[in-house]
Write a protein that binds this ligand. Structure first.
Ligand code: SAH
Ligand code: SF4
Ligand code: F3S
Length: 469
């Protein structure tokens, strides 16, 4: 059965035809053509960039990191906070120089910022060297959009965010041969009041079970050892045809033969069920790690954020996960300085962190996103006050992480060596099953292998280890 939200195969074939046409046109020109893809933001964007790179290669482009050499540049942007936006816009602005040096260069602006009408208008008015702008839901049409930009005069904008469909049949160019992103669902229906994602990524939609299992099997056959299932809200995954939910998806991937780990990001606490924890506990290939953003430890603020759970509800989920998996690594995200957050309310956040004892935490200062409900709320604390709260949270979490990491010292853990490092003292980087970074002694032939690492020391951010003898 073909899912309702799937783009018809005939449309994908059309895109493949455009890929052939662009490739033939560049072949006729004779010269080598280069493409550069620059990525901002989350893993979803990384996965999208891997698709763009695959399409560009199919169109005859060689990949480069040199923006002066590139014939096509795609800037895959993030809109989550103002500084992400400023960074992307700053770098796009600087491309005026590369375009001057190479006037035939095509500059494409895509990703989440390209889904915000105000940002698109800014590009239209003030960044006239940008040739092509398209929102995230148009990614699968990139070959056609690029073809039209190459052949037509003038700029091309395709930025009306539609609810979003699923495109199967387009591949990805993955740089890393050990770890792979595997998108399983797209979009978000949660509308947390501070967040821009639902506006730019459209409604939640899940890939079919068959498509995911087939991609997982291919990745495992290719030798990938660490597969991260991706979605803004992975545990609301539901296969439209078979009604398979996320816990069962994990079980089915776990059944695939091979020595590999299954990870996933990101889980929303309201949908993180005991069923999910049970599946994680029972599946030997499921990494014992969950990233479970809590955002605030105060119920009034959680309500204003529209998160759909309370402080106690959140802590109960953490307890349930640990009940089934005593060694589970739990990481989280938190926002400080949400509009109207008082000092006492912030202290509830501190106290939640003390109780939950995360292994690591990402702390963000609230950033106003125009068009979201929270942008209408009155902000009562100053930037300085927010900075003080931010620093207090970081200090607290660093102390907890340090204690948690110290508990590994003297133990031997299984870890996947995923790369060489630039540090001569510790030439390898590895990850534990729970995703903690281990700086390792050892030689390059261990990259891509699971090893037993004895942890010799640690700090707030990572572990240090050697091969167990
Ligand atoms: N879908 C994921 C996270 C997406 S964004 C989830 O819901 O967990 C990653 C993190 O960015 C969020 O968890 C949140 O902590 C932070 N974030 C999102 N919008 C923000 C904003 N307007 N200001 C500051 N931080 C924000
Ligand atoms: Fe944003 Fe909330 Fe959706 Fe995460 S769940 S992407 S924070 S709206
Ligand atoms: Fe940024 Fe879009 Fe991801 S806003 S965090 S790149 S979904």
């Amino acid at each position: 059965m073909i899912a309702r939200k799937q783009i018809p195969a005939t449309e994908i074939d059309k895109q493949k035809e455009y890929m052939r046409r662009v490739r033939n046109a560049s072949k006729e020109r004779g010269a080598h053509a280069y493409a550069y893809v620059d990525t901002y933001g989350c893993q979803q964007n990384e996965a999208d960039s891997e698709k763009l790179r695959w399409m560009l290669q199919e169109m005859g482009y060689e990949l480069t990191d040199d923006e002066f050499k590139a014939d096509v540049i795609a800037i895959n942007t993030c809109a989550i906070r103002e500084n992400a936006e400023n960074r992307a816009l700053g770098n796009v602005g600087a491309l005026i120089h590369t375009k001057k040096a190479k006037p035939s260069q095509i500059i494409a602006f895509c990703g989440c910022l390209a889904g915000i009408p105000e940002s698109v208008e800014k590009i239209r008015q003030s960044y006239r060297h940008v040739d092509l702008v398209f929102s995230p839901d148009k990614l699968w049409r990139f070959p056609e959009l690029l073809f039209r930009t190459l052949t037509a005069k003038g700029r091309l904008f395709d930025t009306d965010v539609e609810d979003g469909m699923i495109a199967e049949g387009l591949s990805s160019h993955r740089d890393n041969a050990i770890k792979a992103w595997l998108p399983i669902m797209y979009g978000c229906n949660n509308y947390c009041s501070y967040c821009i994602v639902p506006y730019v990524r459209g409604r939640e939609r899940s890939r079919s079970l068959d498509a995911i299992l087939e991609e997982a099997r291919t990745l495992i056959a290719q030798g990938y050892k660490d597969i991260t299932l991706l979605g803004q809200n992975v545990n609301s995954y539901i296969a439209e045809d078979t009604l398979t939910g996320f816990p069962d998806l994990i079980r089915k991937i776990n059944d695939i033969e091979g020595d590999f780990l299954i990870r996933f990001m990101t889980s929303h606490p309201k949908d993180a069920s005991v069923d999910l924890f049970r599946a994680m506990a029972e599946c030997e290939k499921a990494a014992k790690h969950i990233h479970l953003p809590f955002q605030s430890g105060n119920d009034r603020v959680l309500g204003l954020m529209n998160r759909g759970y309370t402080r106690e509800g959140y802590l109960n989920k953490v307890a349930a996960a640990r009940g089934l998996m005593p060694d589970i690594v739990i990481t989280s995200d938190v926002i400080v300085g949400f509009p109207g957050e008082t000092e006492e309310e912030f202290e509830d956040t501190l106290r939640l962190v003390e109780r939950a004892r995360f292994d690591a935490m990402f702390t963000f200062i609230y950033s106003k996103r125009p068009g979201t409900p929270a942008a209408e709320l009155e902000d009562t604390s100053t930037r300085e006050e927010k900075q003080v709260r931010f620093d207090r949270l970081i200090d607290l979490q660093n102390a907890i992480s340090e204690e948690k990491h110290a508990q590994y010292v003297g133990k031997t853990v299984r870890a996947l060596v995923d790369s060489e490092s630039h540090d001569d003292r510790y030439p390898l980087k590895a990850r534990t099953n729970g995703g903690r970074l281990v700086h390792m002694l050892g030689s390059a032939e261990l990259v891509g292998k699971f090893v037993n690492a004895t942890i010799t020391h640690s700090n707030s951010w990572s572990l240090f280890g050697e091969l167990s003898t």
